[in-house]
Design a protein around this ligand. Structure first.
Ligand code: NBX
Length: 825
């Protein structure tokens, strides 16, 4: 980065005429085609590039402002990003949509028609990846100097289709038509080593400095995507690394002896590192390639961070004053050892100083409470793949355990519990322990989550170092999830509040509180919801063939399929509704549409079977003329960020029914409440904070709280006793067992029944009665339209807290200690 020479700097014009001229010029010179012969992708690509150019201007000014200010930067390290579609966002952030509409109309195309080519980069699984995207959006909006680092997976999260109701996964070739939003930066490539051996440094008396000779090297090639702030000039970037074969990564000798194909094989192997996103959410599978991905991300990013640091700074004392790295869960935690290695082995910094720098640089966000999601790696694998890092881990652990022994003399039990190494038949490295030991701050993502972390998973650490533990409750960007997803509601809000200031100051939604008492406003609110539902109904019909009634209660459960989230509980409720209608077809029922969305990890057989059952129930419900009069069940395939933006604005009821103590936070719960859906939920994750804010009267609470759930488990939970004690529950389970959803075949869904009656790991049966009764309260409330609308308005009005802008402000104040840098127009 050098000081830009102003006379060489070109700026784009900012009028409609400039935009139109650039568009036509880009179509001709960039795309090499003409208006007469342009295809849909040509049109999309050209529009994308023309909008992008407006952001490049801002990016250049941001880079110059950052260079001049030399501030402390936030580096967000994440294995996942779920950015969503880019075109609409960038039109909004550059305020150019108002030009594009008339120009497109002139040319006889619609924005909607071009948008179908805007493929979302599915570089993540779920909440953790989407949170990364929301936080980056808010950092740019708040003018925080920040860079996100990630992996440019060639294939993102799989595409979900259904065949005979079963999930079938297809590869997500997201760059098939090219990606107009990214800029390759081959000059900033990095070399990454794997395997090999380590050698002692004869000149180092401590024995702590070593030399690593990798056995294999791979090149990391970066490209970046622009991350604009809303209502500001700041444009930050996400830098994504793609693995390439380095010259060293194929054996030149083999060419000489005619083993050409074998030599090329090594190229393929190297490039496999960034080939595909692991589609597992909240479960850990210890695959070598995954560890390679993690180290690849870390090694490339740290070198890039150091390169950037050195542009304006020298020496290492000031490193942690200019660099703060946030570890998004444990996936990038090997960074702690990599920074130690770089400092000690490559830059000759003494161990103690290196450790002080490292500890001051890193912070760690934990996103889970599930024990199976806590990453551990076999020592033997690390010794082979990253031999030097394993030595460093031993050294870090040695000094750390000295500290533990000093704090708890004679207590070898606490030493065993806290050690970074888990002893046993196969010794493993506990990445969460390494993260806590190597960080200044550790945070959970909702109040309950942080509390439970400190009481359970990380209890010993929270006792030893209470000052390290923080809560930063998650948030969501109101730009994408209110303004872009729900333009009608946004217009109504802006009309009511007088201006669009709420978009960057979401607590201003409180101003809607009084409007909730105005019948005309409520009617307008209902009208918006209805129009959103009409639109959703059309989309659902296109994707599933099922007609839904826009006047029915839209009951949505959209999230990854996981036992702890309890889609099975929702299904038991659906089946109970079916059984009630069958038993008394003449009674009156509140018409409902139950919409499911979500993927199951390809190896998660129990959840794939549950998906099949949802589809089978949907088939029975929607084709039975009696039942379908009152109830529809739809499951549009391939739930992703784009689909979320369609579903969320149309939802009346938000299902947040995880077993208390299992969902770290949830962020879909926030998006839905912000869009005026009422929540039916347990006291879990951020549900608790949502309820505290919207008020107990405006939230449908049911079920055990976390202490009750823990107590029931301790007392020896027996799902069968709940099954036997509740007639409707028994009937619902028996309906599945009878083969009613498998054309009479009792075997197909027998594993679902066995799981429910056998283990019921997440105690769905224990919460069934409370849940079904609460759903009856929901139905009752729905019949009082005015009251429901008032509750809906109050949900939106009181959810301003859940803006990711607030989340980022809290990270800045508590953890990052960074200040904004304004970029002038
Ligand atoms: O992170 C999610 C939690 O389950 C949510 O409660 C929370 O709101 C969200 C953001 O903090 N965790 C999550 O999405 N985990 C993963 O995606 C994941 C991905 C890969 C993996 C383990 C977990 N190996």
């Amino acid at each position: 980065m050098t000081e830009a020479r102003p006379r060489l700097r070109r700026t784009v014009g900012d009028s409609l005429e400039d935009f139109e001229r650039d568009l036509i010029s880009n179509l001709y010179y960039q795309r090499g085609t003409t208006i007469e012969s342009a295809s849909g992708p040509d049109g999309y690509h050209t529009l994308a590039v023309t909008v992008r150019d407006r952001l490049v201007d801002r990016y250049a000014r941001t880079a110059a402002a950052h260079y001049a200010a030399n501030p402390r930067f936030v580096y967000y390290l994440s294995a996942e990003y779920l950015l969503g579609r880019q075109l609409r966002q960038n039109l909004l952030y550059t305020d150019t949509e108002r030009w594009v509409r008339p120009i497109a109309e002139d040319l006889g195309v619609s924005l909607e028609a071009l948008e179908v080519y805007d493929v979302e980069p599915g570089l993540g699984n779920g909440g953790l990846g989407r949170l990364a995207a929301c936080l980056l959006d808010s950092m740019a909006t708040l003018d925080i100097p920040a860079v996100g680092y990630g992996i440019r997976y060639e294939f993102g999260i799989f595409k979900q289709t259904f065949r005979d109701g079963q999930q079938v996964e297809r590869p997500d070739d997201w760059t098939f038509y090219g990606n107009p939003w990214e800029f390759p930066a081959p000059d900033d490539r990095q070399l990454v080593g794997f395997y090999g051996t380590t050698k002692a440094d004869p000149k180092d008396p401590t024995g702590l400095k070593k030399h690593w000779v990798p056995g294999e090297t791979v090149r990391g090639e970066p490209s970046h995507m622009l991350v604009p702030g809303y209502g500001t000039q700041t444009v930050n970037i996400i830098r994504l690394w793609q693995a390439r074969a380095s010259r060293e990564s194929f054996d030149l000798a083999r060419f000489g002896v005619g083993q050409y194909v074998e030599a090329v094989d090594d190229i393929v192997k190297a490039e496999n590192i960034s080939k595909v996103l692991y589609p597992d959410d909240s479960t850990e599978l210890g695959r070598e390639l995954r560890l390679k991905q993690q180290y690849f991300l870390v090694a490339c990013s740290l070198r890039d961070i150091i390169r950037r640091y050195r542009l304006r700074n020298s020496g290492w004392e000031g490193f942690a004053d200019k660099v703060v790295i946030q570890l998004n869960d444990t996936h990038p935690v090997v960074a702690v050892t990599e920074l130690m290695r770089l400092l000690v082995d490559e830059h000759g910094v003494g161990w103690d100083e290196a450790w002080s720098i490292t500890r001051r640089t890193f912070n760690y966000t934990c996103h889970t409470l599930l024990p199976e999601a806590l990453e551990t790696w076999p020592v033997r694998l690390l010794e082979r793949l990253l031999p030097r890092h394993m030595e460093i881990i031993y050294a870090i652990n040695h000094f750390f355990l000295e500290e533990v022994r000093a704090a708890y003399p004679g207590d070898e039990d606490v030493v065993r519990r806290m050690s970074v190494i888990q002893e046993g038949d196969e010794r493993r490295v506990r990445m969460a322990h390494l993260a806590v030991v190597g960080s200044t701050a550790v945070n959970g993502v909702a109040e309950l989550h942080t509390k439970l972390l400190a009481e359970t998973t990380l209890h010993d650490f929270a006792t030893l170092w209470p000052e390290r533990f923080h809560n930063v409750t998650n948030g969501v960007t109101p730009r994408r999830f209110l303004r872009m997803a729900n333009p009608r509601l946004s217009t109504l809000i802006t009309e009511s509040l007088g201006d669009e200031g709420w978009l960057t100051d979401l607590e201003r939604l409180h101003g809607l509180g009084t409007a909730a008492d105005d019948p005309a406003f409520r009617a307008a609110w209902r009208d918006v919801k209805r129009q959103n539902k009409v639109e959703l109904a059309a989309a659902v019909e296109r994707s599933t063939g099922v007609l839904i009634d826009p006047d029915a209660l839209a009951d949505v459960m959209i999230k990854r399929f996981h036992e702890y989230k309890r889609q099975q509980l929702k299904l038991l409720h659906v089946i109970t509704m079916v059984n009630r209608i069958r038993a008394d077809p003449q009674a009156t029922y509140v018409p409902r549409t139950v919409l499911f969305g979500g993927k199951a990890a390809p190896g998660y057989h129990a959840m794939k079977l549950l998906i099949q059952l949802v589809n089978a129930v949907a088939d029975v419900v929607n084709t039975d003329p009696v039942i379908a009069r009152h109830l529809r069940v739809v499951f549009p395939p391939d739930y992703n960020v784009t689909k979320a933006q369609f579903v969320i604005p149309a939802a009346d009821l938000s299902e947040q029914i995880s077993l208390a103590g299992k969902e770290a936070s949830g962020t879909g719960n926030m998006k839905l409440a912000l869009n005026g859906a009422l929540t039916i939920g347990t006291l879990d994750g951020a549900n608790i904070e949502i309820r505290d804010r919207v008020g107990a009267d405006n939230f449908f609470l049911f079920g055990m709280d976390a202490p009750a759930a823990a107590a029931l488990r301790r007392s020896g939970y027996s799902p069968r006793s709940f099954y036997e004690a509740d007639f409707e529950l028994r009937l619902a389970v028996d309906t599945i067992a009878s083969g009613a959803f498998a054309k009479g075949d009792r075997s197909v869904f027998a594993p679902v029944v066995d799981a429910m009656l056998g283990r019921d790991e997440y105690m769905a049966l224990a919460d069934y009665r409370a849940y079904v009764d609460c759903q009856d309260t929901v139905a009752e409330a729905w019949t009082d339209t005015e009251r429901w609308t008032r509750m809906s308005v109050l949900n939106t009005a009181r959810c301003g807290f859940f803006s990711s802008d607030r989340t980022v402000r809290e990270y800045c104040a508590q953890i990052w200690k960074v200040d904004p840098v304004r970029v002038s127009p």
